[in-house]
Write a protein that binds this ligand. Structure first.
Ligand code: 5CA
Length: 445
């Protein structure tokens, strides 16, 4: 993409309404625009990051054997009356009446709708286990939407639902989700720690939230610092293996890590003092096992191998896809702007032309641009008639991890400059080598 043809409405001033760094940078980098309280348009740069995150979430869900689909945003109130949640959910639910006077709602979550789909088609234990998921907009009329996309009213969520014959099988689904989430967050360049939490309006006893530690996080968390040493890494896992999934679950959840809702001071005090931590975190996902909470009232039953009709055991599992955009920025920035991890960056590499209009510099930039594109990467070429300082400031703000700077002086010596956004380190090398280096970095991502 050439910047002169793109839509990147960068702001010079820091918007007064933004209280936290991710919100400030998302507004300044032209990623989002508020349309009304807690509701945003995703401008091209923000949209690209959102889609990259969504793609990684899809890949990891499919790897775990979960099946993608799509349910609507608007739902009939009748299903929610069946589960008993129409009244329970309270004012967070946006209720709408259609022209025929039918009660509708903008879905805050989808347990009822998916349970209705399930019961319409599945009647036998032979069709289990089954996990269906979608990535769809949700609406929760939060009393205090704030921090930009972190606590929106409309937000983008991956929500998955498992259907199993027994509690044991459903707990395997729970563990499988935990493993797939660990992989997902690591690919996004984040450390998200599973912490024992409260289940709120979704229900059930077993639930873990995934928290990214950040000063601006809305949750207060208590943990043993040893949990921060755990990484999933590139280990191979068989998602059908009960033992393997359970092993990972135990490894990642046996140390003390809880949100304030479930915090237990006595247990916490058993951790050696030097490892006790109190901090703040951003909740980027949550997994639940809630048994037959929805299947019983909604009559989602299957026949088991003895011919008996039994309600299925269920859980639901969410990832805050739009919130993740903000969470990644909170975890990865400096005072000049965003620093995207390679896995989610909107463009792989910036190209800065120090002297637009100089025949040699223009031609070299074109060559670099074409070579990166031919290698399957998306460069962003700043081809504006601007001073170098302004171009660097824009690149630093929008946070592309790599930048190739091309200018007449370097070209005389046959070199361009390759700069790493994270370390600020630069290296002079031949244009082809700079391209090859960038291509190498993204290989396998
Ligand atoms: N049905 C279950 C699991 S699919 C569910 O709704 N879980 S949840 O309530 O925990 O939401 C899942 C994730 O969505 C949260 O972990 C959080 O990352 C994200 N989320 C929740 N509310 C908001 C909000 N108001 N703005 C942005 N993201 C949100």
């Amino acid at each position: 993409m050439r910047l002169t043809r793109y839509f990147l409405p960068v702001l010079k001033e820091t918007p007064a309404e933004a209280q936290i760094v991710s919100h400030r940078f998302m507004l300044r980098a032209g990623m989002i625009k508020q349309s009304s309280a807690g509701i945003y348009s995703w401008l091209p740069l923000g949209f690209k990051v959102l889609k990259r995150i969504e793609q990684i979430v899809h890949e990891e869900q499919i790897r775990a054997g979960h099946i993608p689909m799509l349910m609507p945003t608007l739902q009939s109130a009748d299903l929610w009356r069946e589960s008993g949640r129409y009244d329970d959910y309270g004012e967070e639910m946006l209720r709408i009446t259609d022209r025929h006077g039918r009660d509708m709602l903008y879905g805050p979550t989808n347990e009822e709708l998916i349970t209705d789909i399930f019961r319409s088609y599945v009647t036998s234990y032979k069709d289990l286990p089954l996990t269906l998921y979608h990535i769809q907009w949700k609406f929760r009329d939060e009393i205090r939407p704030r921090f930009g996309v972190m606590r929106g009213r409309e937000f983008y969520m991956k929500d998955g639902y498992n259907f199993d014959l027994t509690k044991e099988a459903a707990l395997h689904a729970y563990n499988r989700h935990l493993v797939s989430y660990l992989r997902t967050y690591e690919r996004l360049g984040l450390q998200a720690i599973p912490m024992r939490a409260d289940s709120g309006p979704i229900g059930g006893e077993d639930t873990h939230e995934f928290l990214v530690l950040a000063e601006t996080g809305e949750s207060e968390v208590f943990y043993d610092s040893a949990v921060t040493d755990l990484t999933f890494g590139d280990r191979e896992i068989d998602y059908d293996s009960v033992e393997q999934c359970q092993g990972v679950m135990e490894e990642f959840t046996s140390k003390y890590a809880r949100t304030d809702e479930t915090h237990d001071e006595a247990l916490f005090n058993q951790i050696p003092e030097e490892r006790r931590r109190t901090a703040r975190g951003i909740e980027v996902g949550q997994i639940f096992y809630f048994g037959t909470k929805y299947s019983e009232p909604m009559n989602a039953v299957v026949t088991n191998d003895k011919g008996e009709r039994v309600p299925v055991h269920m859980g639901s599992h969410g990832i805050g896809v739009s919130r993740l955009v903000g969470a990644i920025i909170e975890a990865s920035h400096d005072d000049k702007g965003i620093i995207w991890p390679e896995g989610v960056t909107p463009f792989h590499c910036g190209i800065v032309n120090l002297k637009q209009g100089d025949a040699e510099a223009d031609a070299a930039c074109e060559d670099v641009y074409k070579a990166l594109t031919a290698a399957g990467l998306e460069p962003l070429y700043d081809d504006r008639e601007e001073r170098a300082g302004a171009k660097f400031a824009t690149m630093d703000l929008i946070g592309l991890p790599w930048r190739i700077t091309v200018g007449p002086r370097g070209l005389k010596n046959g070199v361009v400059e390759l700069t790493c956004r994270r370390t600020g380190e630069s290296e002079e090398l031949a244009p082809e080598l700079a391209v090859a280096r960038v291509v190498e970095i993204y290989k396998g991502l």
